[in-house]
Design a protein around this ligand. Structure first.
Ligand SMILES: Nc1ncnc2c1ncn2[C@@H]1O[C@H](COP(=O)(O)OP(=O)(O)OP(=O)(O)O)[C@@H](O)[C@H]1O
Ligand code: SF4
Ligand SMILES: [Mg+2]
Length: 335
């Protein structure tokens, strides 16, 4: 039976052991992506977006990372219990990812064509034994994938090494690789951050159009609220390893409820591509000594005594709109 959600993260805790002590980065986050749904995960730098993505994709090294509690159900299977082989199988075919830095994701010593052919062959169950078999079908699919991401002269691109391409072209190649096997789910982590603003915007427009037309479920991770507004139907706002709020995307922009979301929205006009929370005093906490209860409490103008004592659960405020803030619970007031 098909699982109703493409991704379900339940009360996920991720910690790192280091010289300074234990960094408690993710403090019980829960998040769903329905089939065909485009969901955003927004939050300022260092709030744990990439740690979340890496846990979902099974690329977080455990240890040194620890997952003391929580579940990650990807396409009906618990990622934390999967073998490396099982993970590789679903990642190469049904689920794709695009990382923050396009250069790290491409191998500089192989031509683009070799890397793209490998991705296509992998999904066909060929794990590399047929390296020399450059069938025309694979070549044609590679060309079609590069054309789809509007790269000019795809034959030349196939023969190029990653360093011979611009950052924008490399990111297009990565999008082509991510989509070539027809995945049903794509996780994209700040696909535009390494690029200049104009090129980054073009990449996002392209990605947004492709996932819409193909009906692919998406988890789009970004600190850029403009991108969230354009591309996603529902959004999670994350603060310091906790989910602050989740709502249909248009509602966040009209009616943000969590004090952190309100601060974020208020600082949007000053968005320059760097920190998003310029309008909020203070900084993201040190995770070795993370604030107790609601982690936003040292920065919050509405802080109450309960806030530092207990982590707020997710309170429903209207259909599909949940807020992790005591202001919306029975114990708190209302705002
Ligand atoms: N392997 C690791 N070991 C120790 N700490 C880590 C590790 N990976 C991430 N962290 C810490 O976890 C926190 C969250 O990092 P993460 O990369 O998830 O942030 P982010 O939300 O993706 O930020 P950005 O918007 O800058 O990409 C940071 O404080 C980071 O230092
Ligand atoms: S729970 Fe308390 S500290 Fe946290 S955002 Fe709400 S009012 Fe502010
Ligand atoms: Mg990141």
């Amino acid at each position: 039976m098909t699982h109703p959600n493409m991704l379900e993260i339940r009360d996920l805790h991720v910690y790192f052991r280091g010289y300074e002590g234990v960094s408690r980065v993710l403090d019980g986050i829960s998040l769903n992506v329905g089939r065909g749904e485009r969901v955003g995960l927004a939050g300022e730098t260092g709030c744990g977006k990439t740690v979340t993505m890496k846990t979902v994709m099974g690329v977080l090294k455990i240890p040194p990372a620890m997952v003391p509690h929580g579940e990650v159900i990807l396409d009906g299977q618990n990622v934390l219990e999967m073998s490396a082989k099982q993970l590789l199988q679903i990642k190469g075919t049904r689920i794709s990812m695009i990382f923050q830095d396009p250069m790290n994701a491409l191998n500089p010593v192989f031509m683009v064509g070799e890397q793209l052919y490998d991705v296509i062959r992998f999904a066909q169950g060929d794990s590399g034994t047929g390296r020399k078999r450059f069938g025309t079908e694979i070549h044609d699919r590679a060309i079609a994938a590069l054309e789809e991401v509007r790269l000019p002269d795809p034959e030349r691109i196939l023969r190029s090494y990653p360093l011979e391409l611009s950052g924008g072209m490399r990111q297009r190649v990565l999008i082509a690789m991510a989509l070539v096997n027809g995945p049903s789910f794509l996780i994209a982590d700040e696909p535009q951050t390494a690029l200049d603003v104009t090129i980054g915007a073009q990449i996002l427009d392209l990605l947004s159009e492709l996932v819409r037309t193909k009906g692919i479920s998406v988890l789009l991770i970004t600190h850029n609220l403009g991108v969230i507004q354009e591309t996603t139907e529902r959004v999670y706002v994350m603060y310091a390893g906790q989910i602050a709020e989740t709502t249909p995307t248009p509602v966040l922009f009209k009616n943000p409820k969590h004090p952190y979301s309100q601060g974020l929205l208020a600082s949007v006009p000053r968005l320059t591509g760097g920190e998003i929370a310029e309008g909020i005093r203070g900084t993201v906490p040190d995770y070795t000594v993370a604030p107790s209860g609601c982690r936003f409490h040292p920065r919050c103008d509405y802080v109450m005594s309960i806030c530092s004592q207990r982590k707020p659960p997710s309170f429903p405020v209207e259909p599909d709109h949940y807020v992790g803030c005591w202001l919306y619970g029975k114990e708190g007031g209302s705002k």
